[in-house]
Design a protein around this ligand. Structure first.
Ligand code: TMP
Length: 220
């Protein structure tokens, strides 16, 4: 049985979600909660290796469908190896990105279609539930996805000075990243119970305070 809580923080590149996830982790720990932070794609040996392929600027020819399957493969491993267990152990899981990113990056912006991505993910969960060695399917659905909204021009001005170069996804066109932002906004409008949109152009402290408010109200 799943008992913990599953929070996802997502948004366009440069929205500050990793910083905010770390601050939320500290805050929840200070309140006595047991917390696990993961990043998607990543946080398992297999998922980190898939991540390297996905973000390698050499693979310019990679199609949206290939991307989607690789993100799915990485995520399935993350759920199986890390998230499910943490939820069973009654932890609060904070995940830096999750399915919402595939819906937006590959679905809306990459041309696959948001509903096609959702349908395929649903199928993955069904297959998992049908497998005899898997009595539980818990871990696939976040309790809340917080989207940090930022214009791509501002997001990229934050990323560029911080790192040596930009990765394969970040190298996509400005138009692609505008679609990504639009996709995240649409996604939050599609289900106001599961998604919350927070303006990430404010200061780190202000954004963190809004995140805490939302988490306290809807998750704890
Ligand atoms: P990160 O920079 O937040 O670690 O994420 C890596 C990149 O992968 C980022 O540009 C967003 C992208 N991405 C997708 O395109 N689809 C997905 O499903 C996920 C999880 C990330």
């Amino acid at each position: 049985m799943r008992r913990g809580k599953f929070i996802v923080i997502d948004g366009p590149d440069g929205c500050g979600k990793s910083t905010q996830a770390g601050l939320l982790e500290k805050y929840l720990r200070s309140k006595g909660y047991s917390v696990l932070v993961a990043r998607d794609p990543g946080s398992t040996s297999i998922s980190e290796n898939i991540r390297k392929i996905l973000l390698n600027p050499r693979y310019k020819e990679m199609t949206s469908l290939t991307e989607m399957f690789l993100y799915f493969a990485s995520r399935v491993q993350l759920v199986e190896e890390v998230i499910r267990k943490a939820l069973q152990d009654n932890k609060i899981v904070i995940c830096d990105r999750f399915l919402s990113s595939t819906i937006v990056y590959q679905g809306y912006a990459g041309g696959i279609g948001a509903n096609n991505v959702r349908r395929l993910w649903h199928l993955v969960r069904q297959i998992k539930a049908d497998m005899p060695q898997a009595p539980t399917t818990g871990g696939f659905e976040p309790d809340l996805t917080i989207i940090l909204d930022i214009r791509p021009e501002i997001g990229f001005s934050r990323i560029a000075p911080r790192r040596g170069g930009i990765d394969r996804m970040e190298q996509k066109t400005l138009l692609f990243h505008k679609k990504v932002r639009d996709g995240f906004i649409r996604l939050t409008r599609s289900n106001r119970k599961l998604y919350r949109l927070i303006d990430a152009s404010d200061s780190i402290e202000e954004v963190q305070n809004k995140i805490r408010e939302v988490v306290e109200k809807y998750v704890l």
